[in-house]
Design a protein around this ligand. Sequence first.
Ligand SMILES: Cc1cc2nc3c(=O)[nH]c(=O)nc-3n(C[C@H](O)[C@H](O)[C@H](O)COP(=O)(O)O)c2cc1C
Length: 331
Amino acid sequence: MKINFYKIFVRSPLLLIAPEIVWKIADLALTQKWFWKYISKYFSYSHPNLKTNFAGIELDSPVGLAAGYDKNCKYLSSLETFGFGYLVGGTVTFDPRPGNPKPRMIRIPKQKALINSLGFPGKGLDSAVKVLTNQQMSQAERFISVSGTAIAEITQCIQQLEPFCSAIELNISSPNTKGLRIFQEYDNLKELIEQVNSVRTKPLIVKMPPFKAGDTLNQNNILKLCKLVSEMGIEGLTISNTLPTKNPKLAIGEGGLSGAPLFDNTIRMIKLVKSEISEKTQINACGGISNGKQASEAINAGATTVQIWTSLIYEGPAVVKNIKKELVSNL
Ligand SMILES: Cc1cc2nc3c(=O)[nH]c(=O)nc-3n(C[C@H](O)[C@H](O)[C@H](O)COP(=O)(O)O)c2cc1C
């Protein structure tokens, strides 16, 4: 029997500690770049069949890190050693933000899920620019997620961050940030994308909110938004974000569910979105993906790439290599 070092020696003790403290410990470990470079050979796996073209960007593999792990873009050069084809840094906002009151993150280990109500805690645009100016990536592509509630702030973020990335992901879908939902209204989103299109020089991905089976009103609204932005020439859609959920253990009583319970709905959403958008708009599947079989299911449903977040916590860094290996045997 193969011993899973991560699950026995790392995950089990860490599950006893509050999630945000564990996150700080992990960040501390990620500051040791030499260590990650040294052990990167254990995570390395490449195969010609994994090569993927997303919006004209050549990726070594379609497996990406979803936005929100590295909010201030500080650890991307350590995280890339896990073997990602691309990493989404951020979400970066124009001003620094404290985020929502704690507790704002809980685990549901039995379901391999998390619920968070972080609300974009981050150091803001100026800090991200400083960090990125001194950061060298050696293998993976860097994408940056931006968000905000004012169009001028969002366009500022895009203009200042584009020099440091291959693509921008525009997040209009965090369930935890007051005011963000204005861009889930048709006319507001149209105006935002018009303004963004007038300043951007790199591929743009819009990260959409999720819609559940049975919530026809919400589903129709989001599908209309996907069609709109596709017609406006954006290159990608990330389908999708965490699912809004109530939970009394969170200080604000609600947050976004991530991890395994999302997977079936992710596939359903991709199929529906795919039928609404132009061939030119590509899809990043995001929500509940933790193995290669799921990744290939998402690709067969119409996605070009997959992004992971919660499975990195429950499975450890080797999840990236495992997904890639299984993908090759499923392609
Ligand atoms: C703790 C946490 C923080 C997150 N922060 C962000 C964020 O800042 N921006 C964003 O676009 N998505 C954020 N997300 C959502 C993830 O990028 C992803 O869409 C979601 O977790 C579903 O993928 P998963 O099931 O693989 O985790 C966050 C998710 C988690 C769990």
